[in-house]
Design a protein around this ligand. Structure first.
Ligand SMILES: [Fe+2]
Length: 247
């Protein structure tokens, strides 16, 4: 499995607090069947994102692990005005593995009506926004419909693995399953922050998706789609297949 959203690097944001925790997270990920992690520190008002620092930390982590896990670089990109303008000027500063896919995080407090224009600007520039964990957004809990609209426009959606298994509450779980059922979930990722409370575990959610929606979709969400994303390739047409299947 490939995890495209992880705060595994120490000392860059509110994720791992030390190399010990980072190495423990790596051990857990490996034991869970994860073979490739995209390190995605926050890029927001609280945490300044410097690609070079991320690159150096990944190189050090790589050297401590002797090749057991593969790593790519990305970021957890907050959709602020300054961030968007900079990403349009310097896309490879933020995208996953320097390709076209960009994790984008919505605000918990407000989703401006012009957000679709922002998505269009990114898409027009050749970037593909991957909306992170809409199932955990309280505004979308009340009305998740816009997510389908954004997917229709060309965005992808990343669901948190632990939301599927109930860690974020019943509402988040219900929205996560609703998005999967409607063909509007493309990737499961851990959004891991530590080794205890928010660990890098994908298998439990994969198994639940397997039991409710089948092994093909589960595999797409944890392997086929993330694999295409880190390679900068278009996604295989699995979600359309699901839509036909559940109707
Ligand atoms: Fe995150």
């Amino acid at each position: 499995m490939i995890d495209i959203h992880s705060h595994i690097l120490p000392g860059l944001d509110d994720g791992s607090k030390s190399w010990d925790i980072t190495l423990e997270m790596c051990r857990l990920a490996l034991a869970d069947g994860i073979t490739h992690i995209v390190a995605t520190p926050h890029a927001n008002d609280e945490f300044t994102y410097r690609r070079e620092s991320v690159r150096e930390k990944v190189a050090e982590l790589d050297s401590r692990l002797s090749g057991e896990l593969e790593f790519s670089i990305g970021c957890d990109f907050h959709l602020s005005y300054d961030n968007v303008e900079d990403a349009l000027r310097n896309p490879q500063r933020y995208t996953i593995a320097g390709k076209q896919y960009l994790l984008v995080e919505l605000s918990d407090y407000a989703i401006p009506p012009q957000i679709k224009d922002t998505f269009f600007r990114l898409l027009s520039a050749g970037l593909v926004p991957i909306i992170t964990h809409p199932e955990r957004n309280r505004i979308l809990h009340r009305a998740p419909g816009p997510v389908l609209d954004w997917v229709q426009a060309g965005c992808l959606v990343q669901i948190t693995a632990s939301a599927v298994t109930g860690f974020w509450g019943e509402q988040a779980k219900a929205v996560a399953l609703w998005l999967i059922k409607n063909g509007a979930a493309h990737v499961l990722a851990t959004d891991a922050h530590d080794a205890v409370h928010r660990p890098p575990i994908l298998s439990a959610a994969r198994d639940l998706v397997t039991s409710q929606f089948g092994a093909d979709l589960a595999r797409a969400l944890v392997l086929d789609h993330p694999s295409a994303i880190v390679q900068g390739k278009p996604l295989p047409a699995t979600c359309g297949a699901l839509e036909r299947q559940v109707q």
